[in-house]
Write a protein that binds this ligand. Sequence first.
Ligand code: NDP
Length: 482
Amino acid sequence: MSQPVTQPQASLYIGGRFVEGQGDVLPVMFAFDGSTIATLHEASADQVGQATETAQAAQPAWAALPPVERGRVLQRAAAIIRERNDELSMLETLDTGKPIQETLVADWESGAAALEYFGGLAATLTGQTIPLGRDWAYTIREPLGVCAGIGAWNYPSQIACWKAAPALIMGNSMVFKPSEETPLGALKLAEILTEAGLPDGVFNVVQGRGAVGAALVNDTRVAKVSLTGSVPTGQKVYAAAAEGMRHVTMELGGKSPLIVFDDANIEDAAGAAILANFYSSGQICSNGTRVFLQEGIAQAFLDRLCERIRNIRIGDPRDPDTQFGPIISDAQAAKIRTAIAAGQSDGARMVAGGPGEGAFVPPTVFADATDDMQIAREEIFGPVLTALTFRDEAEVIARANASPYGLAAGVFTRDLARGHRVAARLEAGTCWINAYNLTPVEMPFGGVKLSGVGRENSAAAIEHYSQIKTVYVGMGDVDAPY
Ligand code: NDP
C-alpha cells in the first residue's frame, strides 16, 4: 500500500481553504516509532474567531438549500471516502498508530456510513401538524446555527464524521477541533466535503490543544458543542457551554461491565472480551473492562481468553498482518503502566501481559480482582482487562451498576429472557446481548450518568442538532374578554 502524504497544505481549514495556524507548533508523531510525520501550528485566538465568524456567515445559505441537495453533498463525500479508503486508512494508521487491518474497516468506513445515512435521512425529516379544533399548529425543525465539534484521539476521522454528518444535514455549520494528537483526518474530511460540493465555510477545522477547544466553546457565535473526550474535560466543557446556554452532546469515558453467565458460549464471550478490551490497543470509550464471570465458568473463560491473546500479532501497524499496535503517546502509555502497577500492588493476579516497554503495552488480564480496586473502578483507556467473579444475577446487576459511569454494558447468556431482563436493568446508554462494541450508524450511541448526555448516530442524533419552532395558526375571530 502506498504511503500517503502526511504533511497537509496548511494546518487549518477555514472558508473552504487551507490557512496556516498562527499559534504554537504542533508536531504530529507516528506512535510506532516516534517519528514526526507532520508539523502543524495551532490556531490563534483570532483564527478561532475567524472560523466561527466564517461558519456563521455560511450557515443561512446552506440551511436554505432543499434538504435533498444537502443530503447529496454528504452522500458524494461518502463515495469519495470509499474510493480512497486505502490511502485514508493508512493516513489514519500513521496519525493514530492503530493497525491498518483495523483502520481499513473501522474508521473512515464508519465515517462514510454516517455521511451516507444522514445524507439519506435529510429529505425525510419533517415537522408535525397538530389539530386544535378550529385552530391548528405546526412545528418546524430548525438548525441551531454554528456547532463546535471537539474530538478525542482514538477514532479521529470517525468522530469528525459522526459529528459533522447530523450537524450539516440539519443546515448547521461546524467548526471542528481534532485532538492535538491526531489532527490529520479532520483536514482530509474538510477537503473531501469541499470536493463533494459543500459550500465554503460550512465545515471548518481549527487545530490546537485544550485552550483552543476552550476558546471555541466560549465563542458567543457557537450555539452547540459536541465533545468526545474524558469525563473531566466534559465537565469543564459542559460548564462553559452552560454560561451561554449552548446545547451540548457529551460522549465521555466509561468503565463498562461485560457480564458472562455460566450458560454462555465461552468462545463467543472470550471473543467479545477481546474486542471489548484489546481492539485499538484498548483505547475505546465503550470498552467492557470490568468482565464479570459467573463462578462456574470463570476459570475456563480465563484459560481460553489467555490462550487466544497469546497468539496476537503485535508490531508495526502499517503491516497488514499486525493485529495490535502501540499506545498513542508516551504519556498515555505511562498512565496505563501506573494502572497496571496499582492492580499488582492492590493484590489482583496478572494472568497475561504486563507493563511492556516503549510504545507497547501488551494485552493484560487481571484475575481475582475486587470491585474496590483502582483497576475495577477507574477508566484506564488501554489494553487492561479486569476479571471479577459473581454468584447470581441480582448480585451482578447491583455491582455492575455501582459505578459513576454508564456508557455501555454487555451480557453473554444463552437464556434470552435473562439477557433482556439484565439489559433492562443495567444503567448504560448502550447494551449488547451476545455481542460487544458494535456501533452501526443505524442505532443510537451515547452514555448515561457521568458518561455523557445526548446521542450520536441514528435519527436520535437529529434531536441534538436542531430545535423545534412551534407555529400556532388562528383560523377565526380572536375572542378577548375586554
Ligand atoms: P480529552 O478529554 O483529554 O480531550 C478531548 C478533546 O477535548 C481534545 O480535543 C482536547 O484537546 C479537548 N480539550 C481538552 N481540554 C479542553 C477544554 N478545557 N475545553 C475544550 N476542549 C478541551 O480526551 P482524550 O483525547 O484523551 O480521549 C480519551 C477520552 O475520550 C477517554 O476518556 C474516552 O473514554 C473518551 N472517549 C469517549 C467516546 C464516546 O463516544 N463516549 C469515544 C472516544 C473516546 P487536546 O487533547 O488536543 O488537548
